[in-house]
Write a protein that binds this ligand. Structure first.
Ligand code: PAF
Length: 294
C-alpha cells in the first residue's frame, strides 16, 4: 500500500486515507479496533494504554503526532521530544499492529480552518493557563476519531482534564468511539510518568516528588474526614510550594465538571496540580475517595 511501510511487525501509516482504509478493512473482517492517541516519546505510561487496547481490541493502533495546534506560542512545541525510531521499536515489542505517524501537512493541509471547541469543562485550570490548548486537542482527536471510526480509544487519566474534555466532546458529537480512561502509571517513588520528565536533571527530579508528597498529604487528610477544599489545598501546597519554582494551579475540584466546590467537598473530589521546575511544567492529579494513594 502506498505511503505505508512495515517496521518489525508494525505497519507504519503516514496518510490519513490509509488509516481510514486499514480500520475499515479490519472491521469488515470482524475485528475490533483499538486506538491509543499519543504525541510519541513513548514511555511505560503509554505502553500500559497499549496493553489495555490489546485487551479490548484485535487491531491495535498507536497514533504519533506532535500536534502543533495544542501548543501555545511560548510552549515547548519545538523542543518536545521526537523519538519515532525508538517509539516504533517499543510499539513492535508491545505487539502494536499499526502506527499512524502523519506529517503536519497531511493533518492540516493548506486551507484547513476548522476548530472543535468544548465549552465548560475545558475552561478552568489548563484552559486558563494554556489558552487554546484544548481546542487543539479536541480538533486533532476529533480528526483521529473521524479517520479511525468505530473503535475503543484509550487515554491516560494523568491528563485528567483532557480526559473529561474528550469524554464531553465524544458524547456531544455522538462520535462512534468507546472511551477508556486508564489509571496514571507512576514510578516506584510515585512520580507520574510523563514525556516531559526527561527534561528534569537529577536534583529537579527529586524536587518533582513534591507533587507526590502533596497528593499524599491531601489524600491522608481526606481519608481522615477532611472535606474543606482550602484546607486540603493548603496541605498539598505545603509540600509542593517549596520544591517548585511556581504553581500554575493547585485546586480541589468536582471530579466530573472540574468546577470549584460550593462549600465542602463531597465523597469524591479531584486534586489537580500544574507546577513548574525551571522550564519544565508537570501536571498530576488524584481523585480523592476513589484512587489509591500514590
Ligand atoms: O495526550 C496527548 O498526548 C495529546 O494531547 C493527544 C491526546 C494525543 C492529542 O494530541
Amino acid at each position: 500500500m502506498a505511503d505505508a511501510e512495515v517496521r518489525g511487525d508494525v505497519r507504519v501509516i503516514h496518510e490519513p486515507a490509509d488509516l481510514r482504509a486499514a480500520c475499515r478493512e479490519a472491521r469488515a473482517r470482524g475485528l475490533r479496533v483499538g486506538v491509543v492517541p499519543t504525541m510519541g516519546a513513548l514511555h511505560e505510561g503509554h505502553l500500559a494504554l497499549v496493553d489495555e487496547a490489546r485487551r479490548r481490541a484485535d487491531l491495535v493502533i498507536v497514533t504519533i503526532f506532535v500536534n502543533p495546534l495544542q501548543f501555545g506560542p511560548n510552549e515547548d512545541f519545538s523542543r518536545y521530544p521526537r523519538t519515532l525510531p525508538e517509539d516504533l521499536a517499543q510499539c513492535s515489542a508491545r505487539g502494536v499492529d499499526v502506527v499512524f505517524a502523519p506529517e503536519r501537512a497531511a493533518m492540516y493541509p493548506e486551507g484547513f480552518s476548522s476548530t472543535v471547541r468544548v465549552a465548560g469543562v475545558s475552561e478552568p485550570l489548563e484552559g486558563v493557563h494554556r489558552p487554546g490548548h484544548f481546542d487543539g486537542v479536541t480538533t486533532v482527536v476529533a480528526k483521529l476519531f473521524g479517520l479511525v471510526g468505530e473503535s475503543t480509544a484509550i487515554f491516560g487519566r494523568k491528563d485528567y482534564q483532557q480526559w473529561k474534555v474528550i469524554t464531553r466532546m465524544t458524547r456531544d458529537l455522538d462520535l462512534p468511539v468507546d472511551l477508556v480512561g486508564h489509571r496514571t502509571i507512576r514510578e516506584p517513588d510515585g512520580l507520574a510518568l510523563s514525556s516531559r520528565n526527561r527534561y528534569l536533571d537529577a536534583s529537579e527530579r527529586q524536587r518533582a516528588l513534591g507533587i507526590v508528597l502533596g497528593l499524599r498529604a491531601a489524600a491522608a487528610a481526606f481519608g481522615a474526614g477532611e472535606r474543606d477544599p482550602s484546607a486540603l489545598e493548603r496541605l498539598a501546597h505545603a509540600e509542593i510550594g517549596p520544591r517548585f519554582d511556581s504553581i500554575d494551579y493547585l485546586a480541589l475540584r468536582h471530579p466530573e465538571t472540574l468546577a470549584p466546590f460550593d462549600g465542602q467537598a463531597r465523597d469524591r473530589a479531584v486534586l489537580v496540580v500544574a507546577a513548574r521546575i525551571g522550564k519544565t511544567r508537570l501536571i498530576d492529579n488524584l481523585v480523592l475517595g476513589e484512587e489509591p494513594v500514590p
